[in-house]
Design a protein around this ligand. Structure first.
Ligand code: SF4
Length: 258
């Protein structure tokens, strides 16, 4: 399935036609209302939690297939073991690197990925060299690094290089599909393009919205949703304002966690 067309039926609503004839309707107003309600509940989240831009690159690899708290342990151990710089990562013995990031899981594979990404980073001229590239060129450069997939590349683009790209992850798919905004199994680039077309190049919106969706997906809109605790459901009920999590589009609005 590929993105066939995007058209605007009225300002801020993007109707995305897929080649199978399906439609995705993404509405900037809804996305902004979602963000507003999540920020009111969680507060600003100030992502990405890192002490340097290079650390964001390392964190984006370490967070693959694991929870963020495991990444925090891995980063803390890494910092205690060696300077968190590309040269130090490249020069570190494999066993030492793998041992330091053990809490993140798949530590041997990830140690190799950290080293490969660090080599590519240095060869490209470090941050400044990569930052000179246009966004699509930079994405291609990142995707060419073994172990960097689309979500990892877009995390790096958005948070390390401050580019206006929207990251699609499992939390986003789950929440958007429960809200009735997508099916959930669309190809990565279809969903990313649809959100970006609906919102425009809104880096600040993407920056905070992704962080908020991760928080919602971790704490509330889990595989078994805790709708009784969901800020979307409660704020809609309390204020009577336009509901983000509304009627049948959110299929579990009254299910309570066990
Ligand atoms: S109401 Fe339930 S299903 Fe809907 S977004 Fe909230 S937690 Fe998820």
């Amino acid at each position: 399935m590929v993105l066939a067309a995007i058209r605007y039926s009225k300002p801020s609503i993007a109707t995305v036609s897929l080649d199978g004839g399906e439609l995705l309707e993404l509405d900037r107003e809804r996305l902004e209302a979602l963000l507003e309600q999540l920020v009111a509940y969680h507060g600003q989240l100030h992502w990405w939690p890192a002490q340097s831009t290079f650390e964001i690159l390392m964190g984006a690899v370490l967070t693959q297939n694991t929870a963020w708290r495991n990444v925090e342990h891995a980063i803390a151990q890494l910092r205690a073991t060696m300077p968190l710089t590309p040269h130090a990562i490249v020069d570190a013995p494999s066993e030492q690197l793998a041992a330091a990031i053990r809490p993140s899981g798949y530590y041997n594979v990830k140690a190799q990925r950290l080293r490969t990404l660090s080599v590519a980073y240095l060869e490209a001229g470090g941050y400044d060299g990569l930052d000179r590239l246009a966004t699509n060129e930079l994405r291609d450069r990142l995707l060419a690094v073994k172990g960097v997939g689309r979500e990892t590349a877009d995390d790096i683009l958005l948070y390390a290089f401050k580019r206006p790209v929207f990251v699609i992850d499992a939390y986003t798919r789950r929440i958007f599909s429960r809200l009735g905004w997508c099916r959930g199994d669309e190809p990565y680039e279809v969903l990313r393009a649809a959100v970006e077309e609906a919102c425009g190049a809104e880096r600040a919106l993407f920056h905070e919205l992704h962080a908020q969706l991760v928080e919602l997906g971790k704490a509330t809109c889990r595989p078994r949703p805790r709708c009784n605790l969901c800020p979307l459901a409660s704020s809609a009920a309390e204020t009577g304002r336009r509901a983000v999590a509304r009627k049948a589009s959110c299929p579990f609005p009254t299910q309570h966690s066990s």
